[in-house]
Design a protein around this ligand. Structure first.
Ligand SMILES: C[S@@+](CC[C@H](N)C(=O)[O-])C[C@H]1O[C@@H](n2cnc3c(N)ncnc32)[C@H](O)[C@@H]1O
Length: 287
């Protein structure tokens, strides 16, 4: 899940294919590092009967799709995303998991006036994707219309992007990561206005009954695995894109040393990295 500090609106410093590739790498690492946490959220879905048809909206490279295929072995998942490379990667991962036959990918822009035909799913999953929608309230009303009566919508969102460095790091610019996030938050307030919305209230307004809200706290301590270090590197690279213009020269130089994989200060050489974040699940039923 984005979990990347980058998004589809506003600032596109890199060409689209590079953006997709970088985001895909972070989504894959996020899925790998947080697989257990995601599975625990999927386990907490208040399903009455195991769903047979599931739709994953804004599926990315398939973190949720794969977790749902494992959780519901009798189900087929339709994975929807606007990014063709992400969907390609998702199919590869489904094939590696031996589940290619249970996944259909649909490339679609969910901001468009019409959605493709998704059938009548009993479960719709939207993880870190609703806040990207131009009009999330309209998207929720459409999901309401799409679901089978009694069906569930699971919304997963993150309170903020993961933190990786200790608060007093790096030594030449302590607190750098928080300052980067503060800069990025100002940027996002402009470009991603729905980040941090009250999804419980939005779900109720769209006609759903919110049956459960669970937050899992992720706190993976040091020393970092290789995946955690690469996840930190990728995430801080994306953070730099949104935050650089608001950083002091000292902070930017310190950030660049962390991001320079050839430097002695490279984030890949740090043994004090962890992953601290939160994921919240809202499970909402169409009455
Ligand atoms: C942060 S990622 C989350 C991916 C995945 N759900 C996960 O949890 O790892 C957000 C995803 O939403 C997709 N997305 C953003 N806006 C979209 C739109 N208008 N229509 C379809 N997909 C969209 C992006 O391409 C990206 O894959």
């Amino acid at each position: 899940m984005s979990h990347s500090p980058h998004h589809s609106h506003g600032h596109e410093h890199a060409p689209a294919h590079e953006h997709d590739r970088d985001q895909a790498e972070i989504l894959d690492l996020d899925a790998e590092v947080l697989a257990g946490h995601l599975a625990s959220l999927a386990d907490r879905l208040p399903v009455t009967t195991a769903p047979r048809r599931i739709v994953d909206l804004g599926a990315g490279t398939g973190a949720g799709t794969l977790a749902l295929l494992r959780r519901f072995p009798g189900a087929e998942v339709t994975a929807v995303d606007v990014s063709a490379p992400h969907l390609h990667r998702l199919r590869e991962k489904a094939a590696e998991a031996g589940a290619a036959g249970r996944v259909r990918v649909v490339r679609a822009d969910l901001d468009a006036d019409r959605w493709p035909e998704f059938g009548t799913p009993e479960l719709v999953w939207a993880s870190a994707s609703l806040h990207h929608m131009a009009d999330p309230a309209a998207a929720l009303r459409r999901v309401h219309g799409l679901l089978a009566p009694g069906g569930l919508l699971a919304v997963v969102e993150l309170a903020g992007f993961p933190r990786f460095l200790p608060a007093d790091a790096p030594s030449e610019a302590p607190g750098l990561e928080e300052r980067c996030h503060a800069a990025l938050d100002r940027h996002h307030a402009e470009h991603v206005p729905h980040r941090g919305d009250d999804w419980g209230a939005a779900l109720t307004a769209a006609g759903f009954t919110v049956e459960a809200e669970h937050t899992v706290t992720v706190d993976i301590g040091p020393p970092p695995t290789d995946a955690v270090a690469r996840y930190a590197l990728g995430s801080l690279r994306r953070l730099r894109e949104g935050a650089a213009s608001a950083l002091t020269p000292t902070d930017l130089a310190a950030l660049d040393r962390l991001l320079d994989t050839g430097s002695p200060q490279s984030i890949l050489r740090r043994t004090d990295l962890g992953v601290r974040t939160e994921r919240t699940l809202w499970a909402a039923r169409r009455p």
